[in-house]
Write a protein that binds this ligand. Structure first.
Ligand code: BES
Ligand code: MN
Ligand code: ZN
Length: 514
């Protein structure tokens, strides 16, 4: 009896098994200091400048073959190198995959994630179902934990699939990965934090991937609620009547032509008693342009992504709550459906926003700033935040200026710009500052307090929104074009990227620690 109990405890200590983000992944991941099983594929993490590679248990024959292959392919262990040896002599595994990790203490998290993504992509191209990853050449325990966990995280990020509309989906990656780490490596604990983050990214990807008639405002809000409440996040959903009663006419107007009227989603993770950080995300669940109809087939088709800002703030609070981050953060997502009908708003209409100011809707396709105006106002009015970050797929002008690898950030607060840039570097969700400039009058209107268009285009959106932030420190993040990719690349499978979740999760942690 005693022996049995000791044995059970020993097994638990030896191997920490974690169900990978259950809803979205079918891979299984565990970390151990001793492997008892066998695998089809053995992966070895190899630090830079490894001249002779030999692991305990390898025969001379194995080592000779491996080292010859390394020299033929000029594999040195530089970060991101990958070398596969099929049917390695003297080993039971079918494949041996060497993965370069460079200098482990200097390996950036984003590079480790890319390494994991490339590994996943390779493993998925084989039939292997069981994978051992030997990390013991990364000898320093702290480096081992960091590097192993971020590579495992990169595997997960790449393995998300959006297949809910396939009647016969391709089988999802469903391998078992066992990570062999060194003593005292806390890889499992690091990985668990990353799982919360990956889950946040998956929630965002799922919401963004939803077609326009499936992810309408109420559906978006309920999906978010289902994902967030189990994490201890307080979720409030305001329906169209409440939106109107609270005076949010700018938000209401955008969806008034659709049978799916406007909603406002509020998700509050109160991990500390600090003054809250507000994240306001554009949730236009489809953008036809309204009466200023989008007429280019490709551009209207991409507008299922017009809810990506809202998805990003939902995913970020999910990630922060999952890791029990000691931050007070509230996500506010105004949700609309920009459609046409006999009830839709018309170009030139005037609406009254929550703050009582009037807006000339000079172009119904500039709807993002209309719904964000009320989202920002609501956050300010109800949460008195120390800072507001809004994030939105706002303008084509931003895509023209910066492309799709950067988002544009606009702010008058240098500390916000600096911390956002740091968060962008840490997560490879890059940001680039554009000036608000001497453009404060570009949105003035002849007939109302302001209008929703102006030139230059990206600045007009920012200048318009700045009014609604009042004197609360504020940043506007224009992520137009970053939400979707046509083919898989790095940590992203094809489709929605989940852009913004990793950036905002990191930024909230950096900003609130200052
Ligand atoms: N959702 C679009 C912006 C967009 C463009 C997102 C490309 C993703 C990729 C936004 O609502 C929009 O239509 N913006 C207009 C504004 C204009 C009418 C002032 C634009 O940028 O053309
Ligand atoms: Mn639009
Ligand atoms: Zn839009």
């Amino acid at each position: 009896m005693k022996i049995l109990r000791w044995f059970a405890v020993a097994i638990i200590l030896m191997s920490v098994s974690i169900a990978a983000s259950a809803e979205y992944l079918e891979t299984k991941v565990s970390f151990t200091e001793r492997l008892n099983t066998s695998a089809e594929t053995l992966v070895v993490l190899v630090p830079a400048d490894t001249e002779e590679l030999s692991l305990s248990g390898w025969s001379n024959e194995t080592a000779a073959q491996v080292n010859r292959a390394m020299s033929v392919r000029e594999f040195t262990g530089a970060a991101k190198q990958q070398l596969e040896i099929i049917a390695p002599a003297g080993l039971a595994v079918e494949r041996l995959v060497l993965v370069g990790v460079g200098s482990p203490s200097e390996l950036r998290r984003t590079d480790a994630e890319e390494i994991g993504a490339a590994l996943a992509n390779h493993v998925n191209s084989t039939k292997a179902e069981t994978i051992h990853v030997d990390t013991r050449l990364v000898t320093d325990a702290a480096d081992n934990a960091r590097v192993s966990a971020s590579i495992a995280h990169g595997v997960d990020l790449r393995n998300y699939r959006f297949d809910r509309f396939k009647s016969q989906p391709d089988p999802r990656p469903s391998q078992t990965y066992e990570w062999l780490t060194v003593g005292n490596s806390s890889a499992a604990a690091h990985y668990e934090t990353f799982q919360g983050l990956a889950n946040g990214v998956f929630i965002a990807r799922e919401l963004v991937n939803l077609p326009g008639s499936s992810g309408y405002p109420a559906a978006f809000a309920e999906m978010a609620r289902a994902a967030l409440e189990p994490l201890g996040i307080e979720v409030t959903i305001l329906g169209p009547e409440q939106v109107r009663e609270l005076g949010m006419g700018a938000l209401y107007g955008v969806a008034q032509g659709s049978q799916h009227k406007a909603h406002l989603l509020v998700a509050h993770w109160k991990g500390s008693d600090d003054q809250p950080i507000a994240l306001v995300g554009k949730g236009n669940t489809f953008d036809t342009g309204g009466y200023n109809l989008k007429t280019a087939a490709a551009s209207i088709l991409a507008m299922t992504t017009d809810k990506a800002g809202a998805a990003a703030v939902v995913g970020a609070v999910a990630a922060l709550a999952a890791e029990r981050a000691p931050v007070n953060v509230v996500a506010v997502a105004p949700l609309s459906h920009n459609l046409i009908s006999g009830e839709a708003q018309l170009p030139g209409d005037v609406v009254t926003a929550g703050d009582g100011s009037t807006i000339e809707v000079a172009n119904t396709d500039a709807e993002g700033r209309l719904i964000l105006a009320d989202g920002i106002w609501y956050a300010r009015e109800h949460f008195n935040p120390r800072v507001i970050a809004d994030i939105a797929t706002l303008t084509g002008a931003k895509v023209g200026a910066l492309g799709t690898e950067y988002s544009a950030i606009f702010s008058e607060q240098d500390d916000i710009i600096r911390t956002l840039r740091a968060a962008g570097e840490n997560t490879n969700e890059l940001v680039w500052q554009l000036p608000l400039g001497p453009y404060s009058n570009i949105t003035s209107s002849r007939i109302a307090d302001r209008r929703n268009t102006g030139s230059p285009g990206a600045q007009a959106g920012a200048i318009f929104l700045q009014h609604f932030a009042g004197d609360t420190p504020w940043v506007h993040i224009d992520m137009a074009g970053n939400a979707l990719i046509q083919s898989a690349s790095g940590i992203h499978p094809e489709g929605a990227t989940g852009y913004g979740v990793r950036l905002l999760t990191e930024w909230v942690k950096i900003y609130s620690a200052e």
